[in-house]
Design a protein. Sequence first.
Length: 128
Amino acid sequence: MYTQAWFLIETEQEYLKAIERYEEIKYSKTASDQKELKLLVRLISEYENKTSELPEVDPVELIKIRMEEFGYNPKELALAYGDKGTISKVLNYKQPLSLNMIRKFSQLLKIPADLLIREYPLHNTISQ
């Protein structure tokens, strides 16, 4: 049984340790792990909110930045959303984000939804 005592996260090292533990137990079904998981989510989120400054860029660029920060690729976004083709179109500015995508990516990439609903230009897909 793991008996780490968790406190407010104040350093990058503590943050990384919390992330590591989160990854270890995120699929566990035991009551004690579920309780610890809830605490870790809250501590990690609080630390990220306190230390993260998201750049002023369009929603797609923000998604790409957060993907890089989390080590995700488009395939992993497709697993969260369910459609690889749509993800590709969105990341290439050929299709706008849907409300469902905004909800899922906000949660997955820890991006406030209000930053993902901003308007941004799409690339013209019709050649003339």
